[in-house]
Design a protein around this ligand. Structure first.
Ligand code: PNS
Length: 162
């Protein structure tokens, strides 16, 4: 039984995130998609909205026998991972620019908790430039998001600003 944590802000969840989760399902029996509660950040969607959207959109992906759970956590990721009895942390790496930050986090997490491995996964090339930050910027400036986020997320973003 291999359990992984896929942590992030997911503000909002993108098709790139879903692509990573689908790929992760080939490696793990269970993936906990864990949203960081960050009181210092002003999010687009609340934690509750993000949890609900993730639950909904996860119904649409190819998961095989992999169990997918959605949760929120505060504090250190490795403490949460140990509490959940996870074996690994999954992180998506899109481009070389992600690597430096991700490497620092992975090594710090390993120092804090050597029993947890970080697994880097590459999304499909189609999503190699997709980030929640750019999605929000494009949306707020009136750009089209088809194919970048699930239709539900587009709907919720439009509702938020209408
Ligand atoms: O989607 P993001 O915002 O890139 O995710 C970053 C995240 C949530 C993985 C990272 O900020 C995190 O793990 N935060 C929890 C606090 C923590 O453990 N910090 C030390 C990291 S070495």
């Amino acid at each position: 039984m291999r359990r992984a944590i896929y942590p992030g802000s997911f503000d909002p969840v993108t098709n790139g995130h879903l692509d990573i989760i689908e790929r992760g399902c080939k490696l793990f029996d269970e993936i906990i998609i864990a949203i960081l509660v960050n009181p210092d950040k002003q999010p687009f969607f609340t934690i509750e909205e993000r949890l609900e959207m993730l639950q909904e959109v996860l119904q649409t992906i190819a998961r095989g026998k992999c169990v997918l759970r959605v949760d929120a956590f505060e504090g250190l990721l490795v403490h949460y991972a140990v509490a959940q009895e996870a074996d690994a942390i999954v992180r998506g790496i899109r481009a070389i620019s992600d690597y430096e930050y991700e490497l620092q986090m992975a090594l710090m997490n390993r120092r804090l908790e050597p029993s947890i491995e970080t697994v880097f996964m590459m999304p499909a090339e189609t999503y190699s430039y997709v980030s929640s930050r750019l999605v929000k910027e494009v949306f707020l400036l009136g750009g089209e998001l088809d194919g970048l986020v699930p239709p539900l997320v587009q709907t919720r973003m439009k509702e938020r600003t209408s």
